[in-house]
Design a protein. Structure first.
Length: 108
C-alpha cells in the first residue's frame, strides 16, 4: 500500500511545567478525531511542530514531528517543560476505526 498523507488542523499548542505523561491521547468526536501529543523537554524554548500524518497501513498512522531547539547561546531556566499539540483530523480521511497512532521525530 502506498503511503497516504492525511490532512489535519492544529487547534492548540500549550507549554506546561507540571508533570505530564509523554505520548498520544485520542478523543473521538463524532465527525472528527482529536489527537493530543505531549513531549517532554529539558528547558523552555523548544518548539514542536507536526510536519505530516501518514497512513502506513489500514488504520495505522504515523505523525511526523519536528523539534526546533532554542537558539544557540540562549539563557534558559533548567526546568523540565512539556509541550502539548492538539490536532484535529476529519474522520472522513481516516476511514473506519479502530485507529493506531504513533509518532516519529524526523530531525532530532
Amino acid at each position: 500500500m502506498s503511503k497516504k498523507t492525511i490532512p489535519f488542523k492544529i487547534k492548540n499548542i500549550e507549554q506546561d511545567y507540571s508533570l505530564r505523561e509523554e505520548g498520544i491521547v485520542l478523543k473521538d468526536l463524532e465527525t472528527f478525531l482529536e489527537i493530543s501529543i505531549t513531549k517532554e523537554f529539558p528547558t523552555p524554548g523548544y518548539d514542536l511542530e507536526v510536519k505530516e500524518i501518514i497512513e502506513k497501513d489500514k488504520g495505522k498512522f504515523e505523525i511526523i514531528l519536528s523539534i526546533i531547539p532554542p537558539r544557540e547561546g540562549s539563557i534558559l531556566l533548567q526546568v523540565i517543560t512539556y509541550k502539548t499539540i492538539l490536532i484535529e483530523v476529519d474522520r472522513y480521511h481516516l476511514g473506519n476505526g479502530p485507529y493506531t497512532f504513533n509518532y516519529k521525530i524526523d530531525n532530532f
